[in-house]
Design a protein around this ligand. Sequence first.
Ligand code: BES
Ligand code: MN
Ligand code: ZN
Length: 493
Amino acid sequence: MQFYAKSQDALALKSDVLVVGLFEGGSLSETAAAADKACQGELSKIIEREKFKANAGASLLLHHNLGQSATRLLLLGLGKQSSGKISAESFSSALQALANSIKSYRSATFALNGITVEEQSPQWQAQQLAQTLQTSLWRFDQLKSQKQPRPALSKVTLCTDKASLSTIKKGLSEGQALAEGINYARELGNLPGNICTPTYLARQAKSLSRNRPELSVKVLSEKQMKEMGMGAFLSVSAGSDEPGQMIVMEYKGAAKSTAPYALVGKGITFDTGGISLKPGAGMDEMKFDMCGAASVFGTMKTLLQLKPKINVVAVVAAAENMPSGGATKPGDIVTTMSGQTVEILNTDAEGRLVLCDALSYVQKYKPKTIVDIATLTGACVIALGSHAHGLYSNDQALADSLLAAGVRSGDRAWQMPLWDEYQKQLDSNFADIANIGGREAGSVTAACFLSRFTKEAKWAHLDIAGTAWKSGSAKGATGRPVAMLVNYLLNPA
Ligand code: BES
Ligand code: MN
Ligand code: ZN
């Protein structure tokens, strides 16, 4: 899809549909008022007659010519204004409705004049518009033999005043770059376990770096991981015929000497639970157990387009968790790269096992901060449902900036406790630490486990078990938290 910003009168532009915003309570946005004037009040009469309330997300398509150059007019509800502004939530629901109503038309025109969002800039609005349209039009049908026709929308023009033209353009290209990263994360997430293996993910990293000198990739094989003492990681891939891969991507946008930001993604390409086998119902959804990794790939893809002047090191711990004669057994004790020993009481608590060695490894880069992203616990889904990521951190400034990035991007997290009191649930009679902490506070004790491996760093953990994919008829990866991570990396303070 192509996005254009123009400092022109939206009414005078030819397209298949002109979108005009209306506020709840009857007031018209600038463009709507101009349209109404051009048709001598005909538009107001239609709004009245159709009882269009303009709540956020409502829309009404008029196949009329009311003086605009576009073939059709879409009335878009923007919700209530308070002191002249609408809320970010209203703006987002309006954009979602907009995407659904215009996707079957080839071209659309929209004007932001006079539409302001609480605490947000026109650049942010343009970014959200591009991001919402491009993620809404995305389809995952590469594995269907009969493809549905693509949505027709290919050209969107945003009209604005001359003064905001350059920031609007910047917002549009940020939104497109974000959408590409989000859609890439969704694609990787949706791919089934028989295609998206650890080796497949390693190949993805290599193809991301092709012709891109700012990205370098190395992949640690099981043999190399063994030499480095990554006994926890290897205990997970031990039961699988697919070799585990530790994928390292280094993005360099700043001087070599600048400390990088580190991202670590859980990349379990399929989680059967191992010998602690999961029940059969819904097990297909455990192909999504690499969505943390997918969000890291998506974030890298967006960074490669936006080229911020920072360094980022991304580590994806990719393995398949399977039961077999060679698989790890409950009670087995392994030695991690950090030297700490772990009693594996449940082989289904495998995410923390691959992550702990990845976290030890990434600290060699002396990163400014480390953020890991993982579909780590069912308990997090019970605690927070599907709206907020669970956030844990040993550094409140880092937690605050991730929370703020979540608010800015509409991809929000909620902070959970990482108190010492929970740590003793991980005591083991036979090793330094057990890999499970009992029934209570399962998401917290999983975070506590990871914290044992990040004592020296500013570290945060995002449990995305509830947010990374949807179940039911809308089953599919969401691409979260790419938007939050990119937002954080662009404004880490
Ligand atoms: N990948 C799962 C977590 C998960 C489960 C995410 C359901 C989303 C939906 C993880 O590897 C796991 O199996 N965790 C166990 C931990 C338990 C054994 C302590 C869980 O949550 O049941
Ligand atoms: Mn598991
Ligand atoms: Zn898992």
